[in-house]
Ligand binder design. Structure first.
Ligand code: ATP
Length: 115
């Protein structure tokens, strides 16, 4: 039980670090919060909530993994290296694709309710 609580505390530490250090993470959290508020305002059904929650979780998870990859690259390759560049660019691309998908899902769900 103690081990479970420590794992939870480490995860919260990671979330806290990412929130404090990554502007994009703050922006995505803010976007997620707006989607949740809007979801209550337009009274989403459970199926629509599921898509919104999955989209928010997907972007947050991708940002967290991207941050971990960036830190790892900075640790093993503090100097310029073409492979370090590619690793960071590919990780950043995963966040971009995830965020675009989340945006498309959000538009599909909210636009018909707002027009
Ligand atoms: N060690 C390195 N070697 C080569 N290119 C790098 C290296 N570190 C960063 N880069 C290049 O610079 C870009 C930005 O890297 P950086 O670490 O600043 O990421 P970032 O997305 O701006 O992260 P942060 O959110 O921490 O500002 C990378 O996508 C990569 O193209």
């Amino acid at each position: 039980m103690k081990k479970l609580i420590s794992s939870f505390a480490y995860a919260i530490k990671g979330l806290n670090y990412t929130f404090r250090s990554q502007l994009n993470f703050k922006i995505h959290c803010f976007g997620g919060l707006l989607a949740i508020i809007l979801g209550f305002l337009v009274d989403l059904n459970s199926y629509e909530w599921l898509w919104i929650i999955l989209s928010i979780a997907m972007v947050i998870i991708l940002e967290l993994v991207n941050t971990a990859i960036e830190i790892l690259v900075d640790l093993v390759s503090p100097e310029y290296h073409p492979k370090a560049e590619t690793i960071k660019d590919v990780a950043a691309a995963s966040v971009l694709i995830g965020a675009l998908m989340a945006l498309i899902i959000g538009l599909f769900i909210f636009v018909p309710k707002l027009i």
